[in-house]
Design a protein around this ligand. Structure first.
Ligand code: ATP
Ligand code: MG
Length: 448
């Protein structure tokens, strides 16, 4: 088997015109974003907050592969869903004919791994994951083809206590991040029998209004009528408003389950809205479903987190019956909300090492290693150049100090320390082995 570069023709055409080969620049895949260095502080801030908060509730991290057998998602998410019908990056592996898919979400993979490695034999599992997901959607604000999710899964626990715990984790995370004004919608999808009765009522209702259904809804009318409630088509919203809602069909057990969660939320002072129309895009939910929505000022609100209980998933994936409840956060959407509430943190380092003398790079590298031994972050100027140009780089690096090795310093085994952001620190020449102490003593403006 050999692979072909479909853009190769352009390069050779350019070459034929004479001169050097000037190739068309390749671009990233539509809907898949680069996260550039200037944005990393925001991602890291979010990731560190998540790790701290979820660990404080006893959740342990799991990493599963980005590629899985497509069958996992066909079974685990359900064949009559947006994801499986239109959004999966599924393909046949050209090397061995396996039918694979980039993961559109992670719950199915986590549950597969838990079954495969018999993790529930050790008792209930509180797990979390973080990573890229792939869905072939139309790219727009808050909707990308590669996006990231952080999710928690509480496995082997029937709830309602752990359902409430998961919502509390979210609330603490939003608090930690400084995100306010989020709203929480919650609902119960009931137990199997209740869902079946609701389903019959939905089919009857939508059949009576068949002419108002769009193409997707017509197709799903009998296979997955619940999904019609989740339609984003504005022309169908009025019809959906009038549809029979699940709350009329809930039995005592389902009601009590939901009520207990709401008590927990009340006790913790978390505001919520019971929304009987809330259903989720994935097939495997029962009982609890919830969503957190961020307002975004003038812009349209976005759902930043969705979750719920999925007690049927283990069996669907061929495992022994087991309880499961979890949620996934859309990271890009949370970061969009975060940008509005926290100030930009420019990149910084502690020291930029400027040097200009024959062989000064050797002394500069040696001194830099000594400073790093003391916990300082140091950029050594590379590529030689005039002092003036080097100082420009030092300034742009955000460093608190420039440490300078010129001809004289080199000869004397010294360095000059110049504070770049704090005029009260005198510029001083000193023995190279005193530099770290001097900087630590005077502190760094960039670091509190
Ligand atoms: P929607 O109804 O908006 O399509 P969904 O039901 O498909 O959402 P889930 O599968 O529950 O979403 O994913 C959980 C969260 O992941 C969403 O609430 C959202 O924040 C985020 N998310 C889902 N799809 C995308 C995407 N294509 N790009 C960015 N974030 C996404
Ligand atoms: Mg979707």
């Amino acid at each position: 088997m050999s692979l072909v570069d479909p853009a190769a023709g352009m390069g050779s055409a350019a070459a034929a015109e004479g001169g050097g080969v000037r190739r068309e620049p390749l671009r990233g895949v539509r809907g898949m974003n680069d996260v550039l260095p200037a944005e990393q502080w925001l991602w890291r801030h979010f990731e560190e907050s998540v790790a701290a908060v979820v660990t404080s509730y006893g959740y342990r991290q799991i990493r599963t592969p980005i590629l899985e057998h497509a069958a996992l998602f066909l079974r685990g998410i359900g064949e009559v869903t947006d994801i499986v019908e239109k959004e999966m990056y599924a393909f046949t592996d050209q090397l061995n004919g396996e039918y694979l898919s980039l993961r559109p979400e992670s719950t199915a993979g986590v549950v597969r791994a838990v079954i495969e490695h018999h993790l529930l034999r050790e008792g209930p599992q509180r797990l979390w994951y973080s990573g890229p997901m792939f869905r072939h959607e139309r790219p727009q604000r808050g909707r990308y083809r590669q996006f990231h999710q952080v999710g928690l899964e509480a496995l082997g626990l029937p709830g309602p206590d752990v359902d409430a715990e998961l919502i509390l984790v979210c609330a603490r995370l939003w608090e930690e991040l400084g995100l306010r004004d989020l709203s929480l919608d919650i609902n119960s999808l009931g137990a199997m029998g209740e869902r079946a009765a609701h389903r019959q009522a939905l089919i009857a209702y939508f059949e009576a209004h068949r002419t108002l259904l769009d193409e997707d809804a017509q197709r799903r009318l009998h296979s997955n009528p619940l999904r019609i409630l989740d339609s984003k088509n504005p022309q169908m919203q009025q019809l959906i408003e009038g549809a029979p809602s699940i709350d009329k069909f809930l039995g005592e057990v389902s009601r009590t389950h939901l009520a207990r969660i709401l008590e927990h939320l009340d006790r913790r002072g978390i505001a919520f809205r019971v929304n009987p129309r809330l259903v989720r895009g994935l097939d495997y939910y029962n009982l609890t479903v919830f969503e957190w929505i961020a307002p975004f000022g003038g812009k349209a609100p976005l759902t930043i987190c969705g979750g719920g209980r999925y007690d049927g998933l283990f069996e669907t994936l061929g495992g022994k019956a087991a309880h499961g409840c979890g949620f996934a956060i859309g990271v890009e959407r949370v970061l969009e909300a975060l940008r509005a509430v926290i100030p930009v943190q420019p990149d910084t380092c502690d020291v930029y090492l400027v040097h200009q003398a024959d062989g000064s790079d050797l002394a500069a590298f040696e001194l830099a290693e000594r400073l790093r031994d003391q916990g300082l972050d140091v950029i050594v100027h590379c590529g030689a150049g005039q002092f003036k140009a080097q100082f420009k780089r030092a300034d742009a690096s955000g460093a608190s100090y420039a440490v300078v090795i010129g001809e004289e310093e080199l000869r004397a085994g010294q360095a000059t320390v110049k504070a770049l952001r704090d005029a009260s620190v005198p510029q001083t020449r000193m023995a190279a082995d005193q530099v770290a102490g001097y900087i630590l003593e005077h502190g760094y403006a960039a670091r509190p």
